[in-house]
Design a protein around this ligand. Sequence first.
Ligand SMILES: [Zn+2]
Length: 152
Amino acid sequence: MRCHCLLLAACFAIAPAVAGPPPPWLPRGDLARVLVVRDCNETAGDAMATRLDPPTIYLCPAVVKLARRQRPGIETFFLAHEYGHIALQTADEAAADCWAAHELARTVGGRRAIEAARAFFARRGRQEDSARYGTGIGRAERIAACAEQPAD
Ligand SMILES: [Zn+2]
């Protein structure tokens, strides 16, 4: 089972040893062991894609770079979204969005990623309405709402 999504992990994969602020979010527990592969052939033009079995995140650095240029911080949301698919073992895009927003909301610096995602998708308006993601506005509203859900 695969799902294709936009992505973000390139900043961690490309320059993990560069001095600077820590990344705003990193996977914990079993998620920290998920394989992340930089391979644009596996993302079908998107920034990232996830395979659930075996759990693998693919990312395309060139597409990530374009997204980051458009909305800095979006890459963090995309990465958390991909981990959401694996954490929940689902291809459901809304569930992965919600997991990512909820997770990032409890992380230092995560609010920046949430705001980047909200703005990124809101800009798409209602023109795109895919069966998997809904409209851009709908996705932006979902992300904002999930970020405000109380902790478990
Ligand atoms: Zn997804």
